[in-house]
Write a protein that binds this ligand. Structure first.
Ligand code: SF4
Length: 452
């Protein structure tokens, strides 16, 4: 009888990357992918609690699974991600229907548990987990090939550093994911070479703070060293990386971005607030003036770059005046994309201990909408300048009859074509633009390169 597994994921790119690995592992252990909880014999919840709304979704899903477990007691339920804190005993008492909780990336714990259940991979059992995998973000490079279980996308997420040492006052991540631990350059290179052999053309190197990459490794290599190594991999066409911290981005990294031809002209750089008092309360480690200077150095060094950012509205201490500082910074700096969120206190964080959540919900919502409206206008203006331009697009698939993919500057591009373009790098002339995506004309599309 075939067994089925379902991996449910919410949250950041790191969670998505880890879910790919777990799905690959379950595949090699003989589980077929189920399309819903109802079909599955084994369920993994890969969770996020960065915002209250995410935690509510986790709690709702755990409630749903409680009902399923009552109907089917043999259903195995595993929970990982940021919901799985170190108080496993407390979690087990609160959610007795969950069979196993394990911290993000703690593959050795998962391996030991799976072995007890008689779950092992056909080739090597669970040996594909590195021995000290509780500290690592993924399986060993040689195991990746099996874990991926066949590549369906030309883009892959590759975790390179796990954890965070920063302790921004609002953030739960350092408590749940621990301190920064980097993977050696050779291990990442080996994994990326294997991915390329399977058809991957673009990798995104992931870390909660990717700019801290390597400081814990012998010889202290940094992110620009890692990028240089990736750039030399034959067959790989594009390299991206996220998330950056304004406090930790170096001039050397900006030079590497300008110099390395496979590194895409896109950056995720979270500003969070445009007010120095709020930034101080958030413990971000930079001022608005330093952020401006950094952004201008990046735009000077890499003139074609697109930059996205994150903003939190309604943080304690953000009055009208402080919010206006953020609003005018966004008007002035004109990011390509702004991810805006309303502050919600996370139990256990410094902000939760120290500050009252004093900004009323309606005020947060109104500020959030004001930024969204502002950004829609800015993005429309930036994207309209791409009209008539030819962009290189890596085709990821088809949606509603149109091919889609991303430009090097991370713009979502749609186009029509009768030929199967999936996985190809093509050139598209932009015909129409909106704040959220670009549309191209099929007649001038051509395949531009097979090999990098
Ligand atoms: S840099 Fe700050 S916001 Fe980002 S993961 Fe670390 S503590 Fe959280």
């Amino acid at each position: 009888m075939p067994r089925y597994s379902f991996v449910w994921t919410i949250g950041c790119q790191m969670n998505k990357a880890e879910s790919e690995r777990m799905a690959g592992y379950l595949d090699s252990a003989g589980y077929r992918a189920a399309s819903s909880f109802a079909e599955a014999d084994l369920v993994v919840l890969n969770t996020c609690v960065v915002r209250q709304s995410a935690e509510d979704r986790v709690l709702g899903t755990l409630g749903l699974l409680k009902g399923l477990k009552a109907q089917r007691p043999n259903l195995l339920i595993l929970v990982t991600g940021c919901f799985a804190d170190s108080n496993t005993e407390g979690l087990r008492r609160a959610f007795p229907h969950v069979d196993f909780f394990f911290k993000p990336g703690a593959y050795s714990e998962l391996a030991a548990w799976a072995q007890k259940q008689g779950i092992s991979t056909a080739e090597q059992g669970l040996a594909c987990f590195p021995s000290d995998s509780s500290l690592l973000v993924g399986p060993g490079a040689s195991a990746q090939h099996r874990w991926m279980g066949g590549i369906s996308s030309p883009c892959a997420l590759v975790p390179v550093i796990q954890g965070c040492n920063n302790f921004c006052s609002y953030c739960i991540v350092p408590y749940r994911r621990g301190r920064e631990v980097s993977r050696p350059i050779e291990e990442v290179a080996c994994e990326v070479e294997e991915l390329v052999e399977q058809g991957v053309k673009e990798v995104t190197l992931l870390g909660q703070n990717v700019d801290s990459y390597g400081y814990d490794l012998p010889g202290r290599p940094d992110l620009s060293d890692l990028l240089a190594e990736m750039n030399s991999i034959r067959g790989l066409a594009r390299i991206r990386f996220l998330t950056n911290h304004p406090k930790d981005m170096s001039e050397k990294l900006i030079r590497a971005m300008a110099f390395l031809d496979k590194v895409c002209e896109h950056l995720d750089l979270a500003v969070q607030s445009g007010d120095n008092d709020v930034l101080r309360a958030m413990r971000r480690g930079y001022t608005v003036e330093q952020f401006r200077e950094l952004l201008s150095a990046i735009r000077q060094g890499v003139p074609q770059i697109s930059v996205s950012t994150d903003v939190i509205v309604g943080f304690p201490g953000e009055g009208e005046e402080q919010f206006e500082h953020t609003f005018s910074l966004l008007e002035e700096t004109k990011f390509d994309v702004v991810h805006v969120a309303a502050y919600s206190p996370r139990r256990g964080t410094i902000a939760w201990r120290k500050y009252e959540d004093e900004v009323p919900f309606e005020v947060k919502r109104e500020r959030l909408h004001r930024i969204e409206q502002l950004q829609a206008g800015i993005a429309a203006e930036i994207n309209s300048k791409l009209q008539g331009k030819r962009l290189e697009v890596l085709v990821e698939g088809k949606k509603k009859g149109k091919w889609y993919g991303r430009s090097r500057s991370d713009k979502l591009v749609f186009f029509e074509d009768q030929v199967d373009r999936s996985g190809q790098l093509v050139e598209v002339r932009i015909d129409r633009t909106s704040p959220w995506s670009l549309q191209g004309i099929s007649s001038i599309i051509r395949r531009i390169r097979q090999e990098a």
